[in-house]
Design a protein around this ligand. Sequence first.
Ligand code: COI
Length: 358
Amino acid sequence: MDIKIIPAPPEKRKAKPTDESKLGFGKIFSDHFFTMPYHADRGWHDPQIEPYRPLQLDPTAMVFHYAQEIFEGLKAYRGKDGAIFLFRPMDNIRRMNVSAEYLCMPKLDEQLFLEAITKLVLLDRDWIPRGSGTAAYIRPTMIATEKALGVHPANEYLFYIVMGPVGAYYPEGFAPTKIYVTDDYCRAAPGGIGAVKAGANYAASLHASEIAKKKGHTQVLWLDPAERKYVEEVGTSNMFFVIGDELVTSPLLGSILPGITRDSVIRLAKSWGVKVTERRISMDEVMEAIASGTMQEAFASGTAAVVSPVGQISFRDRDYLINGGKTGRMTERLYNELLAIQYGQQDDPFGWRVKIAD
Ligand code: COI
């Protein structure tokens, strides 16, 4: 299928942000977006890039009622001399198809998906910011559009991709965050949809996140739903601890999102000779490591969050500082090297970077 391109007329083009230090996350979108509808009788059809616009949906579109929605998040980075890079886009594309399978949604052709991202980014390349730590965030999304109120997998869908310039995800920027550990609420259970990127998982996280925010914390750290004992993930990212000389993160046991940044952090740290272990880590162990002084650092990883230091953990109404509340050395090295690979400033021995413009 050929992707049709309908450029936005000059008078419809929006003003680009002038101050890149104030981009924040997910508030500004470029001039175009990609759309492709699906109908059970026709399959995916009419892929096109068109001027950015609101969607028009029937009030009974099934996404509004039964949350049949999945998404992805990846970034385009501006390198030196006009080069533009994507970071591990095929991993996002494959994960989206895994999410589609879990939510009984139709799969996407991987090559067409990559072509859609590439063409959109190139058309709106002037929207990719230049500053360090900034990028264009790309949000592929699939929603159920069939008009129906019976509970069943929809017969009609819309796949679309929007993009826009972003800075740091957290208001703190690359600065230590405060994490609130909840054992009152759970995000997802094994056998559920916690391991895929469905909007419903984020809806399930809102209540506890608001409690955390009211108490002055940036994010919630979720524990396993069965025993409320083992660390799972932070709302928008995967959790890592440096205990002694070991970098520890929770294993992917079915209720945790298999983060692409998580995998990149693991492989990068291993390439430096760091002992990296994917194992269950209990809050008891976290508390003990903090008390005994073996807890060196903590951070969270994600596309939006990149590598985000954790300076304080609050659990059962007590606050615990990690590394004196400061960013740790390994956290900083991971952040710097990951960004250097993403921006094309250093070698990419892993083959993660995809150059889409010279
Ligand atoms: C991402 O890191 O790309 C995410 O999707 C997390 C969040 C902003 C929902």
